[in-house]
Design a protein around this ligand. Structure first.
Ligand code: GLC
Ligand code: GLC
Length: 812
């Protein structure tokens, strides 16, 4: 069952009922100012950091779900309604929400009044625009009242929902004409404030939540709107400041009026904070608001946003006979890659924006799907991430986006983390050819006095694995590897202890076969970077270490039919036939195979066949089987989840593409594509009533076979699935992969996929690539021509300065 449809021409998903199974959200903002916005206009806004600089308040665990947002109430006689249906939930005569690329739109109507709302964040301002247009479609004059509503957050979102003894006394606002200034804590150590303004005269305002809602009311029935009909002009002193505008509107039959609301973030230099004693310097707000005074201003800013995205989405486009693939590749998958790049795992409807910042491993993986879009931002991100690394090569697991400093509350000692830095950097250098980044001086733990080149950081990443091996010569796992919940050194016995921080961060015995797979893959990429810098001795040393690891995996990481997952602190196997539960895991099988381990020995094929046999289900490939049914002290959080959920036998979408990529490595296009389809939003759209999360983006986890409702999705948007799936489909299945020497075209497609074309912008040139598959093979390039010339192999030689490459690849 569907709750809407894709409008590919407009790059929109059109939601046709407000009653979606879960709130279906979108992200507004490209750089520093962001909003989360749901199909019923719930959500919140922040500047740079969802924890530290939150503009508007969200109410977690609210009932009903998703009840705080940027709302408009329309009062038409006795009827009060919202264009997004919530929070009054007045039945609408028509409703439509269009989530687009960086914007959302609503078209709704009630009693012959039509409301359309356009919400977006301009590309170069720190504000969100909400343009609302009301039209009278009746044959008589309408006298309407429009009320806006946002509830301010007292900046630090964590403190905001805990420290009431202070917070109820600090709130402060100013109101000048149609602009409401939120200036809580500005009197002391903050030099920023927020504004909510409208481009018209207002007929009233409120800034005290209690005055607007009334005691024992909530925002579904504000007293001012439903009973009094007029704002009270309240000025908040403490308690909960809000921003409400009242505009009285008369509309003749057929007449429309529109209003531009702007929610903005402003900063002043320390010595220019005040206009006069206690009065905020409003110059930055006035300058910002002056830019959005008319509908034409809004049109201009909106056109700029569209152009920004059209440009980005022209970098990689495919035309194939498969509409669903075209839609995901050309629009939604890349859009989600941008969002995960911006948010990491910080702010979604499942990530509170308070708990987690930028993940070291997460952000490095996010880069893989983003680097082609805006390489300069990827470059900056790599330096930021590397700056939080420790001198021994290990790293803080996360850092705070505002301060760019490692967050010690979340811990460190996840032994896969260092290697992801090689993955991210290698992707950047392959994309851009810019080796200068490797020579940048980068601090450790933000301490510039111990800075080294980025290449030296990568060396320490590499050597961290070399220097931290266990009894079998496999990498020690530390607190965990990619699987945050495989906590083999933790041994937590008391509720409430964080599995990721409790216990020793190191253990001399527990080992990870998954990290071994990573080491083989990224060790080779490290060697290639060393070669690029002319350091052949280092490349040779690295390759020797990689070979040692390869052999070790085949010796002690192979279980007969698949790769072992790990060894626990007693050196017992995990993910082996010997185990009662958790006999086979996806991570080591997917990653070791995609890294090429056991390919020539025929073992990768065997491992992938075992994955299909034991882990496959209708909705994807499960992370492990059989599910753990009891808590194991020696395994940690993985066994804390009920069977079928999350890391305990859920379908963790993130590692499905690893298996799919591994299938392309051994040339099985049918199976690679079958796996791709299972978690692909354009395919799961059909089962939205089971899947529940947004049908235009990936979610982190889908419940596995052991769960109560298999196929139910959770934790949408912020997941490494976005980047990995984009790599899978664009670089492995469609097969356009950036190498240091130039673009490689080596597709691996399912039977019947047919011919296709790809346009790829790469290092300043445009590549028009035509792939022909006359014999309907799954893999193999028979011939390639570049600008009419035959070329051996499948790498298009990169020629400095050449602007256009017309490429014909014939599979066979
Ligand atoms: C979450 C984390 C990611 C981790 C995964 C598996 O998605 O963000 O870092 O790899 O869970 O535990
Ligand atoms: C929990 C989740 C895991 C996530 C981790 C982040 O362990 O199960 O998916 O990566 O928290 O700290």
């Amino acid at each position: 069952m569907k709750f809407g449809f894709f409008d590919d021409a407009n790059k929109e998903y059109v939601i046709t009922t407000p009653k979606t199974p879960l709130p279906w959200i979108n992200y507004l903002g490209t750089n520093d100012f962001f909003s989360l916005i749901s199909n019923t206009m719930g959500g919140y806004s922040f500047y740079k950091d969802a924890k530290l600089l939150r503009l508007t308040r969200y109410r977690y665990n609210g009932v009903p779900a998703d009840v705080n947002g940027k709302y408009f109430y329309i009062k038409d006689g006795d009827t009060v309604w919202n264009p997004g249906w919530q929070p009054t939930k007045t039945a609408l005569d028509s409703y439509e929400c269009r989530h687009g690329i960086g914007y959302s739109k609503w078209n709704s109507s009630k009693n012959d009044v039509a409301a359309s709302v356009l919400a977006f964040v301009p590309t170069d301002d720190t504000c969100e625009i909400n343009q609302i247009k009301l039209t009278n479609n009746s044959s008589s004059t309408k006298n309407l009242k429009l009320f806006s509503y946002v509830e301010w957050c007292l900046w630090n979102a964590d403190d905001d929902m805990k420290n009431f003894q202070r917070n109820f006394s600090t709130g402060e606002v100013e109101v000048i004409d149609s602009t409401i200034y939120h200036k809580t804590e500005y009197r002391e150590r903050r030099n920023h404030y927020a504004v909510y303004s409208v481009n018209s005269k207002i007929d009233g305002f409120d800034t005290s939540r209690d005055a607007f809602l009334g005691a024992y009311h909530d925002n579904h029935d504000p007293e001012v709107v439903f009973e009094k009909g007029e704002c009270t002009g309240s000025i908040a002193h403490g308690w909960s400041p809000v921003a409400v505008h009242q505009i009285n509107i008369t509309l003749a039959p057929g007449e429309s009026k529109s209003f531009v609301f702007v929610l903005g973030y402003c900063e002043n230099p320390e010595d220019q904070k005040w206009e006069s004693k206690g009065v905020v310097n409003k110059a930055p707000a006035k300058a910002m608001l002056a830019k959005y005074q008319t509908d034409a201003d809004v049109d201009k800013a909106f056109a700029k946003l569209k152009e920004y995205w059209d440009n980005l989405l022209s970098i990689y486009t495919v035309k194939s006979a498969n509409d669903k693939v075209n839609r995901m590749v050309n629009i939604w998958n890349q859009y989600q890659c941008m969002v995960t790049f911006n948010m990491s795992r910080s702010a979604s409807y499942y990530e509170s924006g308070i708990g987690r910042g930028m993940g070291f491993r997460d952000s490095n993986q996010d880069l893989l799907g983003f680097v082609h879009l805006i390489p300069e931002r990827a470059r900056e991100r790599i330096i930021d991430i590397a700056s939080t690394q420790f001198q021994n090569g290990s790293a803080y697991h996360q850092y705070q986006p505002l301060t760019k400093r490692g967050n010690s509350d979340i811990g460190s000692g996840f032994n896969d983390d260092p290697l992801w830095l090689i993955a991210g950097t290698s992707a950047y250098v392959r994309e851009t050819g810019d080796t200068s980044i490797l020579k940048e001086m980068v601090p450790y733990d933000n301490d510039m006095s111990v800075a080294t080149t980025l290449m030296e950081h990568l060396k320490r990443s590499f050597d961290f694995t070399v220097n931290n091996k266990g009894p079998h010569g496999l990498p020690l796992i530390g607190r965990a590897d990619w699987n945050d919940c495989l906590n083999l050194n933790c041994f937590s016995e008391h509720p409430g202890e964080s599995f990721q921080c409790f216990g020793p961060s190191e253990g001399p015995v527990a080992e990870s076969v998954f990290i071994a797979g990573m080491f083989v893959k990224y060790g080779e990429e490290y060697a290639q970077l060393a070669e690029l810098l002319g350091d052949t001795a280092e490349a040779e040393r690295a390759r020797k270490e990689v070979q040692i690891m390869y052999d070790t995996v085949l010796k002690d990481g192979w279980d007969g039919d698949w790769f072992v997952r790990a060894y626990d602190a007693y050196s017992h196997k995990i993910g082996s036939k010997e185990c009662e539960e958790g006999k086979i895991f996806i991570e080591s099988n997917g990653f070791c195979s995609l890294a090429g381990i056991g390919v020539k020995e025929g073992l990768a094929k065997k491992a992938l066949d075992s994955v299909k046999e034991h882990l496959d289900c209708e909705y994807g490939v499960m992370i492990l089987q059989p599910a753990y049914t009891v808590y194991h002290l020696e395994l940690g959080e993985i066994t804390s989840y009920p069977p079928g959920y999350k890391e305990n036998a859920g379908i963790f979408c993130h590692n499905n593409p690893w298996v799919s990529i591994a299938e392309t490595v051994i040339g099985r296009g049918d199976r690679a594509f079958e796996i791709y389809k299972k978690t692909c939003p354009a395919y799961t759209e059909e089962i939205s009533e089971i899947h529940k999360t947004e049908p235009y983006v990936y979610c982190q986890m889908v419940a596995g076979n052991d769960a109560y409702i298999p196929g139910e999705g959770k934790n949408s948007w912020l997941t490494g699935t976005a980047a990995w799936t984009f790599c899978n489909i664009s670089q492995y299945i469609l097969g356009v992969y950036p190498t240091h020497k130039g673009l490689q075209v080596d597709p691996c497609t399912p039977h019947g996929f047919g011919d296709f074309t790809i346009t790829r912008k790469f290092r300043g040139a445009t590549y028009n690539i035509e792939v022909k598959n006359p014999n309907d093979v799954e893999k193999g390039v028979k011939s390639m021509t570049v600008n009419g010339q035959n070329v051996d192999g499948c790498i298009i030689p990169y020629v400095e300065g050449q602007k256009e490459y017309n490429v014909v690849v014939t599979m066979g």
